[in-house]
Design a protein around this ligand. Sequence first.
Ligand SMILES: Cc1cc2nc3c(=O)[nH]c(=O)nc-3n(C[C@H](O)[C@H](O)[C@H](O)COP(=O)(O)OP(=O)(O)OC[C@H]3O[C@@H](n4cnc5c(N)ncnc54)[C@H](O)[C@@H]3O)c2cc1C
Length: 555
Amino acid sequence: MPVEREKLEADVLIVGAGPAGLACALRLSQLIEQNSAGGNPPAISAENIYVLEKARELGAHQLSGAIMDPCALRELVQDFEKTAPLDTPVTGDAAYFLSETGSWKLPITPPPLQNHGNYVVSLNRLTKWLGGLVEKAGVNVFTQFAGASLIYEGKGIAGVITEDKGVDKNGKPKDNFTPGYELRSKITVLAEGPRGSLTKNLVNQLHLDGLNPQVYGIGIKELWDVQPGKIETGYVAHTLGWPLDSHKYGGGWIYGLSDNRVSLGMVVGLEYKDSLFDPHEAFQKFKTHPFVRKILEGGKLVRYGAKTVPYGGWHSMPQSYVDGGLIIGDSASLLNSQRLKGIHTAIKSGMLAAEAIYEALAAGNTSANALSAYQKKLEASWIRKELWEVRNFHQGFHDGLWPGLFNAGLQFVSGGRGLTDPARCRPGYQDFRRLDRPRELVDQSTRFKGDGTLTFNRLTDVYHSGTRHEEDQPCHLVVSDPSICADRCVREYGNPCQYYCPAAVYEMVLETGQPKLKINASNCVHCKTCDIADPYQIVNWVPPEGGGGPNYEGM
Ligand SMILES: Cc1cc2nc3c(=O)[nH]c(=O)nc-3n(C[C@H](O)[C@H](O)[C@H](O)COP(=O)(O)OP(=O)(O)OC[C@H]3O[C@@H](n4cnc5c(N)ncnc54)[C@H](O)[C@@H]3O)c2cc1C
């Protein structure tokens, strides 16, 4: 039955309150103020800018290492150092190669991993702070509201429908049913971070893919409180090697925060061959290495989280402008994978989008042609310079660590060219090697359990992510054909969803003797790995009821 929806109209609608979306909103409010102060009637007013965020509060879905290059934030908020919640400046950095028991410090920290002048931050806190500035400027920020689907109009977009609230698990309205809003806007900005659900739809519908498809990694992180003296505040270490073999792209990090807090984690490219590889377990093993263990011993796990990282870079950038719409930040493939940094480029892209939007609204022209000014601004900015120099970096690792490092060295001296330019890549899920085995389930009781002190199983970790969802709602992990899981996938790949999901969402169970997929949707930490890595591409991650998901407090 068609649902009667309340209609709201905005000038600018920003979907996603991460660094990109909030920087866009703040820069717009600055342009309004500058124009008013200069005696020009502003093209829009701050009250007509809406920001939607699916998390229960600002910052709750932000997960990052996070070392921030402050260059963009300095452009946006000149005196940010006075009020921004910066945990600590980086005081020293090092890079190590790990074997199972040994560690070798590289004589020189490779330039991309040098962090002098950068800050270690909690992206959760930084986002809350940025959101506070946006709200103070009069912009409407709505948390607990997800953009559920796009409103397509002509050759572009004209807003979003927010998710219906109060629907039961069978799709029936409950007593508290509230239909989603039809939120129309002159310009809709997609700032959904990696693998945005609306962005994915838009890119597919309007064929906006870049030269390469987007490729991703999964990042798994824990925050620990450690004994005093274990690590210096502001000390930053990156590791290569164990427990990842040389065919997997990735590495670990350990950052010393203030008050004896440590951020540590591991990123792994989602393009490995072994479909039974478990990134969560690999991260747990990482903590048992003597180099890491000695820092954590006597400490306590505080928080856990996981999120994907878009590694594709410049050559995976989709066309980021359509009639009435723009794509910014991680959704637009603006992360620098060589530095594992995307906060600064997300902020800058939000600012450039704001400038293009302001000009378009002032001219009364929101066509793709007018909004292509955003792309031109990106290309004229330092973002293009930074990303162009690493445009072939990630692709170089497709055949393993050593060819990748060789290619990275060549790129360093050839301005990003490397061995081939442009280097092509394919979606990572195509790399899974087929197992071709009998249609039998692997005994999951033999899986990694952890010791409960230094290492943990996935459910204990999910508990530390603060994840919460309304239980009685439709499953937000939509598997279009579960018979594939129970028949083909069991045989061909051994159901990799049970392994790559860092939150124990997917389980294959026996029901009357037959394999069946069970989805524990309420564990979902919104990392979107399943949507990306499923070998048959039958998993569609859609936003659950607004407010659901992790709570990455202090992450
Ligand atoms: C493990 C890890 C480590 C990292 N380390 C670093 C680092 O050290 N330094 C660095 O600079 N960068 C780092 N990054 C990258 C950095 O976090 C991102 O580049 C940056 O956060 C991108 O900002 P964004 O605003 O584009 O996206 P996000 O920060 O992902 O924000 C997107 C927001 O949109 C919301 N959203 C998504 N879809 C919807 C929807 N449909 N409706 C409503 N809301 C929606 C999400 O809840 C989220 O709050 C790291 C990333 C990871 C995963």
